[in-house]
Design a protein around this ligand. Structure first.
Ligand SMILES: C[S@@+](CC[C@H](N)C(=O)[O-])C[C@H]1O[C@@H](n2cnc3c(N)ncnc32)[C@H](O)[C@@H]1O
Length: 283
């Protein structure tokens, strides 16, 4: 028996093949997300529930065209989901990634063990990690710094009314007033080696801000600055966690080898090396 396809299903099939032809990896998922964005019908109910009218159909196909030109999905919907929160994102700010949810989870778990946790996020971007921290550990005092003005403005929007102490500045000399008082430093710094340009997807290369991506010949320039700042900010026994590229599973922990204890690398859900954690010795 031939199944009659709903109009939404036919639209999704057409859009998916357009996206696949443009090299978009998650073509069906992205088509569904955009149709859901346009119609307001949840992704999983689209095929049965969505009845897009002519205006919605045209708007959807326009978004598909934009996605096919490799504009990031989240720039088209204007938001990115991260753990239990949604962030406003768009041109000028790094789109938060699912793999960073694990680093944020590490900071949340550690903060939950402390009665009055003081947390600093370096390289805040949209504010995803800081927003998760105040959302999941409301008693935490969270401070965040971002160097790039457009990204800082997105973070301001996302963190408005949350109590996060957000500052515009360079992590190298940020939070002098907090030296030696912090429990947790967390950061997803830029970490792509300058010569890796070819291997980076167009969505990233052409739409994430360059300050969010590149970090010197070995991709670890920012990690070395972060190590210095974390050392200055943390109290004895305080901990640092920082994301890195999957090729940096040994070189990133090596940045912490000289003066930190409990230096270890942590895998992401795909088992790839993803973030380094370390503790400042107690004496
Ligand atoms: C990879 S993005 C991460 C953003 C966000 N934390 C996240 O996980 O989605 C790195 C961010 O660090 C910022 N950044 C780069 N160098 C910095 C510095 N020296 N001080 C503060 N922020 C910096 C960039 O502008 C960018 O927003």
């Amino acid at each position: 028996m031939t199944r009659v396809r709903s109009q939404a299903e036919r639209l999704l099939i057409e859009a998916t093949s357009l996206l696949e032809a443009a090299g978009v990896e998650s073509a069906r998922h992205d088509a569904e997300s955009l149709l859901s964005h346009i119609t307001g019908v949840p992704r999983l109910s689209l095929v049965t529930m969505a009845k897009p009218d002519g205006i919605q159909r045209d708007a959807f196909l326009k978004l598909i065209e934009q996605r096919a030109s490799r504009i990031p999905l989240q720039h088209l919907t204007g938001s990115a989901a991260f753990r239990y929160v949604d962030l406003e994102v768009g041109p000028g700010v790094f789109v938060p990634r699912p793999e960073t949810e694990l680093l944020a989870g590490w900071a949340v778990d550690h903060a939950k063990t402390l009665p009055e946790p003081v947390v600093v996020e370096l390289c805040a971007g949209s504010g995803a990690i800081s927003l998760s921290l105040v959302h999941e550990v409301p008693r935490a005092s969270v401070h965040a710094v971002e160097l790039d003005e457009p990204a800082y403005e997105w973070a301001q929007r996302n963190l408005a009314g949350t109590g996060v102490d957000l500052r515009l500045g360079d992590m190298a000399d940020a939070f002098g007033d907090l030296d030696g008082t912090v429990d947790i430093v967390v950061a997803n710094p830029p970490y792509i080696p300058l010569d890796a340009w070819e291997s980076v997807a167009p969505e990233v290369r052409d739409h994430d801000p360059s300050l969010a991506l590149w970090s010197g010949d070995d991709g670890l320039d920012a990690m070395r600055v972060l190590e210095q700042t974390a050392w200055r900010l943390l109290k004895p026994g305080g901990v640092v966690g920082a994301e890195h590229a999957d090729a940096q599973g040994e070189s990133a922990p090596a940045v912490f080898a000289e003066r930190w204890t409990q230096v270890r690398d942590n895998p992401d859900l795909a088992g790839r090396p993803r973030f380094v954690t370390a503790a400042k010795p107690r004496r």
